[in-house]
Design a binder for this molecule. Sequence first.
Ligand code: FE2
Length: 179
Amino acid sequence: MKLRWSHAVMYVRDLDKMLRFYCDVLGFEISDRGPVFPGEDAPEVVFLSQSDTDHHQIAFAAVRGDGPSTTLDHIAFRVESFSDVKEMAKRVEASPDATGIDAINHGNAWSVYFNDPEENRVEVFCDSPWAVKQPQIKPWDLSMSEQELRKQTEDEFHSEPDFQPMQDYYDEQRRRHGK
Ligand SMILES: [Fe+2]
């Protein structure tokens, strides 16, 4: 298994100012945005990318003011396959130093999240077969087979906006970037 660096999610104070800087100066585009969970008080998360094959390379959650003292929510690595995600889940479950293990289905990604020994949040994920508007957060059971998770993903997300085969999403990104 190889871990490929994918993205970081940061807490920010001034969302508009950060977006202007990252888009206008650094050349990112907003790939999605929305409330982290349902409800009026939910903080917004905004996803940025300039890659055809990463839904986001950086994301901002507008919670820093009275929120956590770090700017970083989590770092994320992409692996090749569902079995890699399961293997990583097994490894962290076997480690006495990992805490807070969560299996999260983002619709477009199947993830395991955990805290490292210093409680930095880490995500290891593989692409799911579909793209879907983000953010999406649904638990999945680490005992599930790929087939079961595939079915859960289709059942839970097929009626969400922009649900489509992942390859169509990547093709569209390439077209938008004139490639
Ligand atoms: Fe993530």
